[in-house]
Design a protein around this ligand. Structure first.
Ligand SMILES: Cc1cc2nc3c(=O)[nH]c(=O)nc-3n(C[C@H](O)[C@H](O)[C@H](O)COP(=O)(O)O)c2cc1C
Length: 307
């Protein structure tokens, strides 16, 4: 008889039925979209669109450019319905027994903590602090590039809530420093990475295509940067990490896991295909585990450091 494969894992105590979740930015701002993600993709968890204190309209279109190599540039400008919808989003997940992680961005240290408390009261499984959006001024990224400010934000949030605090960082040069300060401030998991700043110019109109001019690079082009970031942070801290960036199939998911991620998030592949891409990634991970004779997904976490 073939032994059962164990796909179950956990991040900061949040139990996951397998290691593949939907990351922030796709179909995560309305209850009916969260229900669609869960019904079609059966993800281990769903991260909401980043929510701010007040609703935000974001930039005028075009806000996303398809680059043609399974990669995108986006500058949506954190358009979102505001934190007031959080209870409806979380309840959509609870109804379908799927953890909902609430992504938040505040404009100050105090506001981050206020939003986190609201997410906690709404019974989110965890909060994910977006300290890394690369194209919105005054929110997140500007705070997250500074190690000391990151420490203050994380400490204020983690001491104000009972649920786990996840901290999402960008692939900045001082990543190790910022990651260390996040953990010191009480981060229960690090989410690595947000998009990388990029641009595309229309050679006939001579103009940058995105209204915001500069956007965030996501998809396959980002993947090696994400693998490197997860690898370096795991090597330094051996902490709980969620890998994100260019996961399109089992191979890209497994590279992040072997580098040290306990779980991964998928965004661009859901945009390119549909939520059901999650189902096929999980199925192919199972086939791979059978091929390499690994019984539990947890055996693979950080394995590339040990070989
Ligand atoms: C259209 C779009 C919107 C996004 N919005 C958010 C967001 O609101 N908050 C956030 O933390 N990350 C956001 N991201 C970044 C993703 O969560 C992820 O970090 C990045 O896209 C890399 O993963 P991927 O290659 O699987 O897309 C967004 C990405 C895209 C493409």
């Amino acid at each position: 008889m073939v032994d059962e494969l164990v796909l179950e894992t956990s991040v900061s105590g949040v139990r996951l039925k397998h290691p593949v979740m939907v990351g922030s930015g796709v179909l995560g701002d309305k209850p009916e979209l969260i229900i669609r993600l869960i019904e079609e993709g059966s993800p281990a968890a769903v991260v909401t669109k980043t929510l701010t204190k007040k609703p935000r309209e974001g930039y005028l279109p075009p806000v996303i450019v398809e680059l043609g190599y399974d990669s995108y540039l986006n500058a949506v400008g954190l358009a979102n319905p505001g934190i007031e919808v959080v209870k409806d989003l979380v309840n959509a997940g609870i109804k379908l027994s799927t953890p909902v992680i609430v992504s938040i961005a505040g404009s100050s240290i105090k506001e981050f903590a206020e939003l986190a408390v609201i997410a906690d009261e709404a019974k989110a499984s965890a909060v994910e602090l977006n300290l890394s959006c690369p194209h919105v001024r005054g929110l997140g990224a500007e705070l997250g590039k500074d190690a000391q400010t990151t420490y203050e934000v994380v400490r204020n949030v983690s001491s104000s809530i009972k649920i786990p605090t996840w901290v999402k960082l960008g692939p900045w040069d001082n990543l190790i420093n910022v990651a260390g300060k996040s953990l010191e401030g009480g981060a229960d998991a690090l989410v690595l990475i947000n998009t990388l700043r990029g641009m595309k110019i229309d050679i006939y109109s001579f103009r940058p295509i995105l209204t915001a001019r500069i956007g965030g690079l996501s998809g396959r082009a980002l993947h090696p940067v994400a693998v490197r970031a997860v690898y370096e942070v795991y090597r330094e801290f051996k902490c709980d990490i969620v890998g994100v960036g260019g996961v399109f199939d089992h191979e890209t998911a497994l590279e992040l896991i072997l580098a040290g991620a306990k779980a991964v998030q998928v965004v661009s592949a859901v945009i390119s295909y549909s939520p059901s891409v999650i189902v096929s990634i999980v199925e192919s991970i199972k086939n791979y585990m059978t091929d390499v004779n690994v019984k539990s997904i947890t055996e693979l976490v950080g394995l590339s450091h040990k070989i």
